[in-house]
Ligand binder design. Structure first.
Ligand SMILES: CC(C)(COP(=O)(O)OP(=O)(O)OC[C@H]1O[C@@H](n2cnc3c(N)ncnc32)[C@H](O)[C@@H]1OP(=O)(O)O)[C@@H](O)C(=O)NCCC(=O)NCCS
Length: 165
């Protein structure tokens, strides 16, 4: 039996998703555009709506505990809806190095294929694990945004990556 199963999350998963998401935002503020303070104050109903209305994959261990998440955003604007964005990639520390992150990335790519022409993402330059993960999945760098994120008084440059589908 595979150690992890992957499926699309829905509003019934809102509580588990919120817990994992907030863990990531708290422990790795430089890895995400969103901030812990913004999301911690949001009602659970907003998270539930986000799951039902969007596309977020969750990876569960054999005990059905949510161990990792990744999202796909596709704009509705006519001129931008050919491009999707992989966002909110997070794997709990105890599940890292297990191949779960690649399962999530591959799941997002599979969903994006046929829906968009390009899949985009941004990743902080110093995040070696994430950069390697995305490179191995076929993403290529096409730019660098300097000082893309500011966390307190520290600035972080972000690599812009794309995968043609
Ligand atoms: C980014 C993240 C999802 C990657 O998941 P992971 O389980 O840690 O990644 P893996 O162990 O599968 O490693 C991915 C690749 O990077 C390599 N790697 C892992 N840690 C590394 C490190 N510190 N330095 C260099 N390479 C590293 C692995 O060897 C692997 O490459 P390989 O397949 O060629 O061997 C996870 O670390 C995480 O959730 N981090 C915090 C949040 C975050 O950074 N999210 C991404 C936002 S863009």
């Amino acid at each position: 039996m595979a150690p992890f199963s992957i499926r699309r999350l829905n509003s019934c998963d809102a509580e588990a998703y919120r817990e994992v998401r907030l863990d990531g935002l708290l422990k790795h503020p430089e890895a995400f555009g969103a901030s812990y303070d913004d999301e911690a104050g949001r009602p659970l109903a907003v998270t539930a709506e986000r799951l039902d209305g969007g596309f977020v994959l969750g990876a569960f261990d054999r005990g059905e505990k949510l161990m990792g998440v990744a999202g796909l955003a596709i704009p509705t604007a006519v001129k931008a809806r050919h491009k999707g964005t992989l966002w909110g990639m997070y794997v709990l520390p105890e599940a890292r190095g297990s191949g779960l992150s690649r399962l999530l990335v591959d799941g997002i790519i599979a969903e994006a294929r046929g829906r968009v022409e390009r899949l985009l993402l941004t990743v902080v330059l110093s995040n070696a694990a994430a950069l390697n993960l995305y490179r191995n999945a076929g993403f290529v760098e096409y730019g660098l945004e300097q000082r893309a994120l500011r966390v307190d008084d520290a600035y972080f440059d972000e690599m812009l990556m794309a995968l043609p589908l």
